[in-house]
Ligand binder design. Structure first.
Ligand code: GLY
Length: 360
């Protein structure tokens, strides 16, 4: 069988008259494995923009939904929301004004995963990522191939660049360089909400991560984003990379991240968070340990502030199989969302350091 995959083998076996039918390959069931460790109630965690996501996911978990279906339905609400400029429809575009989306999903019971990167025109990349997981033998599809896969599966092409995002992008193009021929429009000519965003633009970070454990102890997670604002076309962040922006191990827990994706790509940090939980650390301790590792590995001068600390932030969110949850960041501040037996609430994110002013 060297050099032959299972699909080739089935085909060859049928042609050779071995009696094996040419049927679709059996997929592992989505049914959970559960196990002896279970929370006493489902738990959902999400990033600071995840209020709607945790509420929707919990509603579905209480109805008995698979945890991956629950978290995807949760983040779909944010992907569809034009007011969230960091995710899905209305996300800020790349430097050419084109919205390119990244997403990944991971299902604990089957230890299966799917992802898309630099996907254009499709506002729910998390749904396409799930189809990559379910309908292909692959984990990650990118760019044109990801779009063609989505269209083949019935997704519709849409213009994802909202008027608000277009105005912000054009303003950025005008102020971005003094060696090209673009000038910014006068601020007073821009919509009020666009002006507000521009005024705080250098402080805006996006992406949504949502992870859950159901009452059976089964875990799942999703991360979806429009990525770094005004990125170089084709740039892929951590969100669609399994282990970087998301990781799930059904025996241990689930973790995901927002913030500077390049730091997670160089450290496989979400995998690290889950591994720290496997070693017995609480979700909060595990998130903060991963932050420490990123700090230790940040050596490039352009990524360090005058105080020698990273000039960017990364945040992690985690839940373990028992339903314990937590978050951690390099710089404290902001909050994440949790929904457990006590209801939905925003919880402050602890950090290694107090916020510094200059971040990327
Ligand atoms: N963490 C999101 C990104 O860097 O694209």
């Amino acid at each position: 069988m060297a050099g032959m995959n299972r699909r080739d083998f089935l085909k060859a076996a049928t042609v050779a008259g071995l009696g094996l039918p040419l049927l679709p390959l059996a997929r592992p069931t989505m049914a959970g494995t559960g196990g002896s460790v279970k929370p006493d109630h489902p738990v959902v965690v999400s990033s600071g923009n995840g209020e709607k996501a945790v509420k929707k996911a919990m509603e579905l978990l209480k109805e008995g939904a698979d945890p991956l279906d629950a978290v995807i339905a949760g983040v779909n609400l944010v992907e569809d929301d034009p007011d969230d400029i960091s995710v899905g429809f209305g996300g800020l575009p790349n430097e050419d004004g084109v919205v390119q989306l990244d997403a990944s999903v991971m299902h604990g019971p089957t230890h299966n995963a799917g992802a898309v990167a630099a996907l254009e025109y499709i506002k729910n990349p998390s749904k396409v990522a799930k189809l990559v997981m379910e309908r292909t033998d692959h984990v990650l599809l990118v760019g044109k191939g990801a779009l063609e896969f989505a269209l083949a599966n019935g997704f519709k092409k849409e213009n994802l660049l909202t008027e608000k995002a277009r105005q912000i992008w054009l303003y950025w193009k005008g102020i971005n360089s003094n060696i090209d021929d673009w000038f910014p429009p006068p601020l007073e000519e821009l919509d009020e909400d666009v002006r507000k965003i521009i005024k705080r633009y250098f402080d805006v970070h996006g992406t949504i991560n949502c992870c859950a454990v159901d009452a059976n102890g089964d875990l799942a997670g999703v991360t979806t984003t429009s990525g770094l604002f005004f990125k170089i076309p084709g740039r892929v962040g951590d969100s669609p990379i399994i282990g970087a922006g998301l990781y799930v191990d059904n025996e241990v827990g689930a973790a995901g991240s927002t913030g500077r994706g390049e730091a997670n790509l160089k450290n496989l940090s979400s995998f690290m968070v889950v591994e720290y939980m496997r070693m017995g650390k609480s979700p909060t301790e595990a998130c903060l340990e991963a932050c420490k590792r990123i700090v230790e590995h940040t050596k490039l001068p352009e990524l360090l502030g005058d105080d020698g600390k990273p000039n960017f932030n990364v945040k992690f969110y985690a839940v373990n199989k028992k339903g314990e949850f937590g978050a951690g960041a390099i710089y404290e501040g902001g909050s994440f969302w949790v929904y457990d037996k006590h209801g939905a609430r925003a919880v402050p994110i602890p950090g290694l350091y107090k916020k510094n002013k200059k971040r990327k």
